[in-house]
Design a protein around this ligand. Sequence first.
Ligand SMILES: NC(=O)c1ccc[n+]([C@@H]2O[C@H](COP(=O)([O-])OP(=O)(O)OC[C@H]3O[C@@H](n4cnc5c(N)ncnc54)[C@H](OP(=O)(O)O)[C@@H]3O)[C@@H](O)[C@H]2O)c1
Length: 367
Amino acid sequence: VPLILLGLGNVGRALLSRIRAGRAHHRKRYGLEFAIEAVSDSSGAVRLGNRPPANDELDAILRHKEAGRSLAEAREFEGPIELEELVRQLCRPGCIVVDCTASCETVWILREALARGGSIVLANKKPLTQEQEIYAELTAWPGRCRWETTVASNLPVISVLNRIVATGDEVHRIMGTVSGTLGFVMFGLQEGRNFSELVREAFESGATEPDPREDLGGMDVARKALILARGLGWQLELSNVQVQGLIPSSCREISVDTFLGSAESLDEQYQNLVEAALARGATLRYVVTIEDASCRVGVEEVALQSPLGRLKGNDNLVQIHSSIFSPTPLILQGRGSGVEATASGILSDILELVLASARSSLVRSRI
Ligand SMILES: NC(=O)c1ccc[n+]([C@@H]2O[C@H](COP(=O)([O-])OP(=O)(O)OC[C@H]3O[C@@H](n4cnc5c(N)ncnc54)[C@H](OP(=O)(O)O)[C@@H]3O)[C@@H](O)[C@H]2O)c1
């Protein structure tokens, strides 16, 4: 299975390691092997050849990136090559482009991959939260596009929603928490910890976006909400999502370091809010609500004994209320964010594409 991997940050590297570790299993169980033909970072791309690269070669790339170096500096591989050129050379039916960047610049690569008959897997939310037409274009071929990890890491929310929507069952409401990072912050507040301390810990452990204000300002969750709403067939833009952030907008005007250093000024405010909620038998969660043609994200008080109130740590939970799932909603709950969980979800997406394509080839050959 030819793969082109865009992005070798935390998630991209974890995916490479997972592919490497799962080689024997995939060969034995499915008779397949991944040929990682090219990898890229923000400095360019390198080509690895159209055979499964040796473990040594993958290890060398991982070591190179873990040392904080760019692919443009990697002398031992063929490259750097312009990504545009590389995609034209390599993309063909059966080839899968995996987007593990956090950039909207990959849209044209994903389009090009589809135009050349390839498939795409996204962990990156940004291409799917550009204008509605781009979302429609990228997701037009369900058998050639998967984006499961964009919303709740490895929790299969998109697959389940697609199944429900496909039957014509009407979804009235989606509600839940879809950010492991904000789940960690909100649960930590409930346990009496300081807001600033929780934010720093999430940032230093790599759980936040490279700029933690993307998470804390609510934009990361707003993108997830938009992807969910678009999955229901709603036509809307990111600007239509109502966003209530955890930090004031003035925090966006300073550097990340200055922001982290000044976050203590918010500690007392959050301590008071949480204490007041606990006194009412409630707690705070950062919640996505999609209902009545509106989509909003923000802090909400929920009963301690409700499914959202009982969440712990960075766990995610999504409730889907539909005509069939009524009065009891369908609930998906599990471990929230995490690089390893996300890499595993991306690999599941890749395998689903490959196995679905193999099944349809088999059916065609029998006809
Ligand atoms: N972390 C999680 O738990 C999690 C969960 C679900 C989804 N995601 C999503 O997964 C994506 C990756 O997250 P991450 O934590 O791995 O981010 P990251 O560590 O910042 O890595 C991003 C990678 O993308 C590369 N890149 C940036 N612009 C590029 C471009 N135009 N072309 C090619 N490569 C480019 C970067 O290059 P350099 O190495 O040169 O900087 C880097 O290797 C994000 O979209 C994130 O929202 C993450």
